[in-house]
Design a protein. Structure first.
Length: 210
């Protein structure tokens, strides 16, 4: 038994619907491991229950796994808006979201969140960034103004499988995007931040009160 196996045996079980979604994602989609998975999914749900946001913005829907997990944690009047820039993803993802037990809490949108999210006219209490690593800084600057003071922004993959400290990836654009983002956030006086070494790295960012 690995330590990861031990952890999964001692947390809330993965709901059957999400188990099936994760399995199908890995069978039918390139880079299926990008889906959040059991441990991170249960963490996302619990963070939503702790923060109790009314509105959540997600950038990077992929197969819909993380969106469903966060929607599970929402209160009755809560809602999640999730953007996927790759329109080829829609045929796979939309049915899984719309047939999920929390479909009424999720609005799935195809488009670039950097330009389209501000058009919603919504102030968010929480955001989850899991899109193109090369544009993380641009996404961050677009999303931060949409957050209420005291709101939380979560950024996924911020350790990038350890590549952030591996010189072999000094010319990889996605690695460079993550490094630039991590450096920028570390020195941003507008926020408080902490990196969790969970899975591929998850940065929790709190927008300071004005």
């Amino acid at each position: 038994m690995t330590l990861d196996d031990y952890i999964l045996q001692h947390i809330d079980p993965e709901p059957e619907y999400l188990y099936q979604l994760y399995r199908v994602t890995n069978i039918h989609m390139l880079h299926g491991r990008m889906a959040s998975g059991h441990l991170q999914g249960r963490l996302l749900k619990m963070l939503v229950q702790m923060i109790r946001p009314k509105n959540i913005l997600e950038v990077g829907t992929f197969s819909g796994y993380s969106a469903i997990c966060m929607a599970e944690g929402l209160e009755t009047d809560g809602h999640l808006y999730t953007f996927e820039i790759n329109d080829e993803q829609e045929d796979f993802t939309r049915p899984w979201i719309e047939q999920s037990p929390v479909a009424d809490k999720i609005t799935f949108l195809i488009g670039d969140a950097i330009t389209e999210a501000p058009k919603l006219g919504i102030q968010f209490d929480m955001a989850f960034i899991d899109g193109d690593k090369r544009t993380y800084c641009d996404t961050y600057e677009a999303v931060l103004p949409l957050l209420h003071p005291g709101g939380f922004l979560l950024a996924d993959n911020t350790l990038w499988d350890g590549h952030v400290i591996d010189s072999a990836y000094d010319h990889d654009q996605q690695t460079l995007g993550i490094r630039q983002f991590n450096d920028f956030v570390a020195n941003d006086p507008r926020v408080e931040k902490v990196i969790l070494p969970l899975r591929d790295g998850l940065t929790l960012i709190r927008k300071k009160e004005e």
